[in-house]
Ligand binder design. Structure first.
Ligand SMILES: [Zn+2]
Length: 276
């Protein structure tokens, strides 16, 4: 199978987990004869996926409920010749069967796509990314979740704009830290391109960002040169890159907070044990 959405750059067909939880609605995959078995395996999927359960409020394993009639034998490609074939997946939370994930799919003239789901990708992702609120602050956190929401509705370029703003925010945060340092050359910084700015600030930036600074040029290219479908198919990778950077900042923030809290506790304990 190959993704039509990427135009000249076909994607590998996603896993069931990826298809259900990350692939946007209406992204189209064309199924060629040689991929027919792979498609049948998908329709008859009989496993589980890992997903945050909105009702349990924590990560869970969801087991599939068998729903689809499959009157054709393996190797029989008749469904692929049908104009329309619709099927669905329902998964039950392993903690409570009434907690469900539901997905609808359509095969039309050999083009396969997800056409509906509940909960939405945005709802599921929002839970996963809530931890970044601490790094991003309220406004940028909202923009990050908005980017995820846009992609789940098939809007790619707009989502790139929000990711680029987050990237620029992290750079600006490091810039503010350095701007008052002795020997800092603000004029040189202002005249520099993003690549050089990152070099100047590298001691204050997450390692992953410094090593993968080309992420910024991908995000900028997305806004200026790429079309919606390429941005959509590139979004999971760019989002993962941003999350790697945020994870590193989050660990730093948590370490700083813990260091301060323990130092304070040691101070108080010391005072308490001081001979009077
Ligand atoms: Zn649950």
């Amino acid at each position: 199978m190959s993704s039509e959405a990427g135009g000249s750059q076909p994607n590998a067909f996603p896993s069931v987990q990826e298809l259900c939880l990350n692939v946007p609605l209406f992204e189209s995959f064309h199924i060629v004869d040689s991929a027919a078995e792979e498609f049948y395996d998908l329709v008859k999927f009989n496993g589980h996926i890992d997903c945050h359960c909105l009702e349990c409020g924590q990560p869970s394993i969801f087991h599939i409920v068998e729903l689809n009639d499959w009157p054709w034998g393996r190797g029989d490609h008749r469904p692929l010749t049908r104009i329309n074939y619709l099927f669905e997946f329902a998964f039950n939370c392993s903690r409570n069967e009434s907690h469900k994930l539901i997905f609808y799919f359509r095969l039309h003239n050999r083009n396969f796509m997800k056409i509906g789901q509940y909960p939405t990708i945005a709802d599921l992702s929002t839970i996963e990314v809530q931890k970044y609120r601490k790094v991003l602050g309220e406004e940028l956190y909202k923009e990050f979740t908005r980017a995820i929401g846009l992609v789940s509705h098939g809007v790619g370029i707009g989502a790139f704009v929000y990711l680029r703003r987050i990237f620029e925010h992290l750079i600006e945060e490091a810039h503010q830290k350095n701007a008052t340092a002795e020997g800092w050359d603000e004029d040189t910084y202002k005249k520099s391109r993003m690549d050089d700015k990152i070099e100047l600030l590298k001691a204050s930036l997450p390692d992953f960002l410094v090593r993968n600074r080309k992420l910024y040029s991908i995000l900028s290219k997305g806004i200026h040169e790429l079309d919606e479908s390429i941005c959509l198919s590139a979004f999971p990778v760019t989002r993962a890159g941003i999350e790697m950077i945020l994870d590193e900042r989050l660990r730093e923030i948590e370490k700083e907070q813990k260091t301060q809290a323990v130092a304070k506790d040691i101070g108080e304990l010391h005072d308490k044990l001081k001979p009077t």
